[in-house]
Design a protein around this ligand. Sequence first.
Ligand code: 5AD
Ligand code: SF4
Length: 479
Amino acid sequence: MQSNIKDTDESRQGESMVLEGKEGNSKKLFIESYGCQMNFSDSEIVASILLENGYNTTSELEEADLIMINTCAIRHKAEDTVRKRLTEFNALKRKKPSLKIGVLGCMAERLKTKLLEEEKVVDLVAGPDAYRDLPKLLEDVDDGRQAINVILSKEETYADLNPVRLGGNGVTAFVSITRGCDNMCTFCVVPFTRGRERSREPESIINECINLWNHGYREITLLGQNVDSYLWYGGGLKKDFDKATEEQKENSVDFAELLDRVAVAVPGMRIRFSTSNPQDMHESVLRTMAKHDNICKSIHLPFQSGSTAVLKRMNRQHTREEYIELIDKIKSIVPNIALSHDIIAGFCGETEEEHKETLSLMEYVKYDFGYMFAYSERPGTPAHKKMADDVPEEVKKRRLTEIIDLQQVHSKQRLESYLGKVHEVLIEGNSKRDENFWYGRISQNAVMVFPKTEGTKVGDFVMVRADSCTSATLLGEMI
Ligand code: 5AD
Ligand code: SF4
């Protein structure tokens, strides 16, 4: 059964994705993605750009003329996985010298020329803001020139591109609304690999959502490193909002308003969003969630550590007390809310007492779900430059295990709280274990598996009573 707990590096690993091809395209692209949802969403943008430039996607490595690997740099282990994969791709290239290999995403941005010039394991390097340049970079490769673009942009949001939907279930899709991050958490490489925060124009977001609805999609997740800080005022970086004209400021759109507009524009669509950051999660967003039935009652709200002292070292913009206040407010405004988290165990200088504060915060909130990691020092980050990574590996591991064990208890308790009740479920596909069962999720994001009945199909909303549960899945029956 699928686990709802993501251990240190169980982030989505190397899924290759494929879509219907375009007639006349003669070349084949194999694209594989690692890491966060943003990367998976970006791969769809890359595929749509290359589709217009002669490449259809394939899920068969052997058939590929071009392999693109969209990478994650958030933890050391994520980069290791990609390096191993690059070795395998290079073995293929020795058999088929015309094969081109490109590296995309955060690792491309972090290592810049290294994989191309020093290690010579790729032909092309493109950072997260350089995907429009891919056709030209591929020409450079053909002409024997260095093909690299790792320039981070102030404006790029790929707003006008309609991403092709790779491989999914045809029912749930990601819609990216912001790019980059201005938060500068000291442990995090993202502000360096994905650049400064910018928001995508609301009309293009709404049009994409309507388009998805018209193509049969029934759930969208609005994506960004920090969705609650979404702010559209006519373009440019979030940090330059102060320089906007009065008119731009008056007509600006924040996340609560965007969410409201999307909920109204596609009333039959389920809407989720991720990721939220405590300091930016304003009451207006909670009120919008409470107002619309089609906004799912689940919030992913990383807190990283339950200790104010650690949060300060992490340069997080909230204290333990502020976080607890926010949780109380969320629970009072949006009843039945499901909460999930990200936690880092063993950050620089973390004492046993500080670790216990993380456990006690978990006890207080009782999260449905969580992503939990051991701290992994990343070159170039403020923590790497200024702090010692001084918690021994075995202590980090033991603390992480305690956190995971506790989350498992809470996840089970939360699932049990859904039993005996009837939930609206969006059917996403067959249960992996048994084709006679559907797989779907309730508004609170918990997975529900239930026997198929005649006349139901993928994309239907059905009412299901939860009768029992395993550690990560509800089992129910349609009513
Ligand atoms: N080490 C461990 N976990 C990290 N994260 C970000 N940077 C690191 C790091 N250096 C985690 C945070 C973040 C999630 C996406 O990844 O918990 O919220
Ligand atoms: Fe990294 Fe912090 Fe930004 Fe999240 S909010 S992407 S952890 S800097």
